[in-house]
Ligand binder design. Sequence first.
Ligand SMILES: Nc1ncnc2c1ncn2[C@@H]1O[C@H](COP(=O)(O)OP(=O)(O)O)[C@@H](O)[C@H]1O
Ligand SMILES: [Mg+2]
Length: 234
Amino acid sequence: MLELQNLSVHYDKVEAVRGVSLHVGQGQTVCLIGANGAGKSSILRSICGLQKPSGGQIHYQGLRIDGKTPQHIVKLGIVQVPEGRRLFKLMTVRENLGLGAYLQPRAQIQQDMEAVFERFPILREKQHQAAGKLSGGQQQMVAIGRALMARPKLLLLDEPSLGLSPKLMDEIAELIGQLKASGLAILLIEQNAHMALALADYGYVLAVGQCVLQDTGSELKQNPEVARAYLGGA
Ligand SMILES: Nc1ncnc2c1ncn2[C@@H]1O[C@H](COP(=O)(O)OP(=O)(O)O)[C@@H](O)[C@H]1O
Ligand SMILES: [Mg+2]
């Protein structure tokens, strides 16, 4: 479904991503783990058309998409939940959700919002409140709900567990599991390797811009190197 070949990203002369190749199959959940600054978000922004790669190619359903506009890429069904959620905190929950549907036909919006409220009943209750007033976990639900409003086929999640308590992390993990079960393809970016590897069919480990390991989620979890570097001890 998504294929990155030898992707590189530069910021001026600084190389943030070097020759990364990655594959997400139909309905698969794939994770990309790595420390802060490893280049995870740079990869995600390249897929979304928000960052121009300095080398390599990105294909989606057989179509080359690097060089296409972010709007075009959203229309193709690739939708991101950005790092830090990026909600409009003074706007209501409902308004934030509506923003996700800006490329969708008007007639469909009400129905899709209803589906989001069914998935996240708490958001129905709070739909008229300012998004900034919600808890961190609820804000992450709004960010995910907003992405769902764009009717994704491939969902890109950039550190959804960041800043959440362990309990809320569990809730988000459960939610990602439900999205996966619904057949959505997911690329999950995480520093929280525990959560990511538990959910992922396949994973890639990124270190200083390069892919240093790749394997099934369960194999990576048992890999002593991964355990030492990303799971807090072997
Ligand atoms: N807009 C930018 N301008 C310059 N350097 C950047 C920019 N964004 C990221 N970087 C640098 O690129 C590297 C990778 O960053 P990033 O992709 O955000 O990593 P991660 O998401 O894994 O934390 C880091 O060294 C970071 O400082
Ligand atoms: Mg990042």
